[in-house]
Design a protein around this ligand. Structure first.
Ligand code: A2P
Length: 268
């Protein structure tokens, strides 16, 4: 179905890079990560997203993907769900090193350090593939320049779904550039909702009943010290946002930095 070699140059829409797949790793039946070559002219801020696509027959199909690699990396990484009949992901899940993928030239997004006012502690709350922008931010030195305590949370249905976040955190701590900072300042908190795990329950439940703060040995949410970024389903974002607001944090944006920012996890 995806014939990328034939007639590509005619069909590729304007404003689109054609990049080569360098690596693919399948985590579960539903989740995989892939890496692409990075065009020399492509700049982005850690935490932003970009449109990724494939030619399906004559037609390009694009979906928004958070860039999971940091802005200094010479390649680009993405973390994706596989939707059986998903217009893009049913094809994208079959890519192999050497294949080509389309990428629109303009990155954007709200989960960036610039959208938060300075603070002591940064929470990154994620469910499922919502962890992707945070995989970028936890590998960016700017995150550690701005916050002395960086807490990434991921909640998934099953324990196997947490493997990518666990790998990325381990890699950050071993990285020659940010390893020392990440080892000192970064913590990963994981929970599952449909399978046994040391911590079980939705992140909203674990915030409300105090389990999260007890596990991390930190005080409850406080607008004087705490900042947050949220990325997950619409419902998860809404419920987490309500909790943050109840604790006195206000929502920010690129042009109006404040105490937390939100973004929907893409692709379905
Ligand atoms: P649950 O299993 O209780 O629905 P999904 O795979 O459906 O995107 O969900 C990913 C994770 O997000 C699951 O652990 C799910 O928990 C959790 N989740 C779903 N809805 C919410 C919500 N409104 N608030 C917090 N977590 C949620």
């Amino acid at each position: 179905v995806v014939d990328l070699a034939a007639g590509l140059s005619d069909a590729v829409p304007a404003g689109t890079f054609v990049e080569t797949v360098t690596d693919v790793q399948h985590y579960t039946a539903d989740l995989f990560r892939f890496r692409l070559t990075r065009p020399a002219s492509f700049r982005f801020r850690s935490g932003e997203f970009v449109m990724i696509g494939l030619m399906v027959g004559e037609k390009p199909i694009f979906r928004a993907y958070s860039i999971a690699s940091p802005s200094w990396d010479e390649e680009l990484e993405f973390f994706s769900i596989k939707v059986p009949n998903g217009p893009l992901t049913q094809h994208l899940q079959k890519i192999k090193p050497g294949d080509v993928v389309l990428m629109k030239k303009k990155p954007t997004g709200t989960l960036v350090n610039d959208a938060l006012v300075p603070g002591k502690r940064l929470y990154m709350f994620s469910t499922g593939t919502g962890v992707a922008p945070f995989a970028s931010l936890i590998r960016d030195p700017e995150t550690y320049e701005k916050f002395e305590d960086v807490i990434l949370t991921q909640t998934c249905r099953q324990a196997a779904d947490l493997a990518y976040a666990q790998d990325v955190v381990a890699a950050a701590k071993a990285d020659p550039l940010i390893g020392e900072l990440a080892s000192e300042r970064l913590r990963l908190f994981t929970s599952t909702t449909r399978e046994p795990h040391p911590y079980q329950g939705r992140i909203t439940t674990l915030i409300e009943d105090g389990t999260l703060f007890k596990a991390l040995d930190v005080p409850p949410l406080d607008p004087a010290t705490d900042r947050a970024m949220i990325c997950g389903s619409m419902a998860m974002i809404q419920d987490t946002k309500t909790l943050l607001e109840k604790n006195g944090l206000t929502e920010g944006a690129n042009n109006r930095p404040a105490e937390f920012v939100i973004e929907r996890a893409f692709v379905g």
